[in-house]
Write a new protein. Structure first.
Length: 157
């Protein structure tokens, strides 16, 4: 029994240390779409299940944002086909979304978390504006990292 406790505690320490760090802004930021780029909002739903699960969202090797419960971030991107998912260190099957976006348009991606024994599985779903705007204004804006790319949101305080 003691050996099982040590394994569980060790696993939790590894999981917690692998979680993404998330910093929030004191104000919400909702930019307008740009005529030469698509604007995509990613937002997390709330709930007890998966509430402590934080992760980075990437497109390939490029970090585009960080997610925690009740949070959102946005990014501007070029028109065309894009696939977003959990960063490689957290990657799990089914944890991505492919989108064909057009310049000048706004897209919304809801991120739900299905809890699993050692973490959670992110589920990315593109939603309509009306559904997103029912929750998006009540989410906390995730401040971008300084080392993030030019594709990542740039309205840090």
């Amino acid at each position: 029994m003691k050996k099982l406790s040590v394994i569980i505690i060790s696993s939790l320490i590894v999981f917690i240390s692998a979680c993404a760090s998330v910093d929030y802004s004191h104000k919400a930021v909702f930019p307008e779409a740009k005529p030469d780029q698509a604007l995509i909002y990613f937002y997390r739903t709330s709930g007890f299940i998966g509430s402590t699960y934080r992760f980075n969202v990437s497109e390939g090797d490029q970090l585009v944002g960080a997610m925690a419960q009740d949070s959102y971030f946005y990014l501007f991107t070029e028109a065309g086909e894009h696939t977003y998912g959990i960063s490689a260190q957290y990657e799990q099957e089914g944890s991505s979304i492919s989108m064909n976006v057009q310049a000048g348009k706004v897209y919304y991606v809801r991120v739900d978390v299905n809890y699993q024994v050692l973490g959670g599985e992110a589920v990315f779903t593109e939603v309509e504006q009306a559904e997103a705007m029912a929750l998006l204004p009540s989410r906390k804006y995730v401040v971008p990292l300084e080392r993030a790319s030019s594709y990542y949101n740039v309205h840090a305080e």
